[in-house]
Design a protein around this ligand. Structure first.
Ligand code: 5GP
Ligand code: ZN
Length: 138
């Protein structure tokens, strides 16, 4: 499915231009127009899925396989030391474009990119209970 008012659907179709690194029948890897670092890329699905909650497991597996290829090429070209692969779902999680995409963010020492959070305390027993409760929904 393609969504008419979706910017990434338009990019996926080629109706809006993008700096395209690589594409297959299922995915397109483009450079982010407002990158966190040089080489920051997005992998977008050619079909429209709002987020991970809509995505099927088979497409998800394929997108990560695609990501390994793109990540290695970006690392070679930019000479980055590391890379964050991240993916936001829902406005509360920082998603601004409601079309599923993976971010590949090249990282270098002292680059000032901040993806940190303050870790919360846990209680082992509560973690076990929570893990079981989540498992029961699979
Ligand atoms: P999100 O916040 O939804 O995880 O990430 C959306 C990303 O898409 C942002 O990093 C933003 O810079 C990028 N972006 C938004 N519009 C465009 C566009 O028209 N072209 C490209 N190449 N990137 C875009
Ligand atoms: Zn879309």
């Amino acid at each position: 499915m393609i969504k008419d008012d979706c910017i990434f659907c338009k990019i996926a179709k080629g109706d809006i231009p993008s700096a395209t690194i690589y594409e297959t029948g299922d995915f397109k890897c483009i450079l982010d127009v407002a990158p966190a670092n040089k080489g920051h890329a997005l992998i977008i699905t050619k079909e429209h899925y709002d987020n991970i909650f809509q995505l099927d497991a088979e497409t998800a597996a394929k997108i990560f396989s695609f990501a390994t290829v793109a990540a290695k090429a970006i690392k070679e070209e930019t000479g980055c030391e590391g890379m964050n692969v991240l993916q936001n779902n829902g406005a509360v999680a920082g998603q601004t474009v409601n079309h599923f995409h993976l971010h590949l963010v090249p990282r270098n020492t002292g680059d000032g990119v901040n993806m940190s959070w303050a870790p919360k305390e846990t209680v082992a027993e509560e973690q076990q209970t929570l893990a079981k409760a989540i498992k029961s929904r699979i």
